[in-house]
Design a protein. Structure first.
Length: 136
């Protein structure tokens, strides 16, 4: 069985986050707001998983709860950062499952999306600063 390669796995999560961030930006420009927020969630999830792997030397768990991932990465978050992760966690579910899609679609207007896109970008940059430079 091959040895777990922390550096390689962290790099995977960072690259995945970069690709998803480009998609989020494209979706925002296309005014596909609920999908944009879904991808914002994925970006944050990927970076948090990179931090979990980097700090624990183990595979990140198969969860989507951003607050829990931040806890596993032992991040010292501000109250605003925790609130963002709490609000953004359901973007994953609400954008994906039919019974939530329409309500979320209506909520995710331009103003709402602009707000959480910007907050997600701030958090994305903050998380990247906590990852090793050689892997970014």
């Amino acid at each position: 069985m091959p040895k777990f390669n922390t550096k390689k796995v962290v790099g995977y999560w960072i690259k995945n986050a970069e690709l998803k961030w480009e998609t989020a930006k494209s979706l925002k420009r296309s005014k596909k707001y609920s999908d944009c927020l879904f991808f914002c969630h994925l970006v944050l999830e990927c970076l948090l998983k990179a931090l979990v792997v980097e700090r624990t030397g183990k595979e990140a768990p198969f969860i989507h709860n951003l607050v829990r991932l931040a806890e596993l990465a032992e991040l010292n978050l501000t109250a605003d950062q925790k609130e963002l992760l709490r609000v953004a966690t359901p973007f994953n579910i609400r954008a994906r499952y039919e019974d939530y899609k329409m309500a979320f679609y209506k909520k995710a207007n331009k103003t709402y999306t602009d707000k959480y896109f910007e907050k997600s970008n701030e958090m994305r940059l903050w998380l990247l600063k906590r990852l090793p430079k050689k892997q970014r």
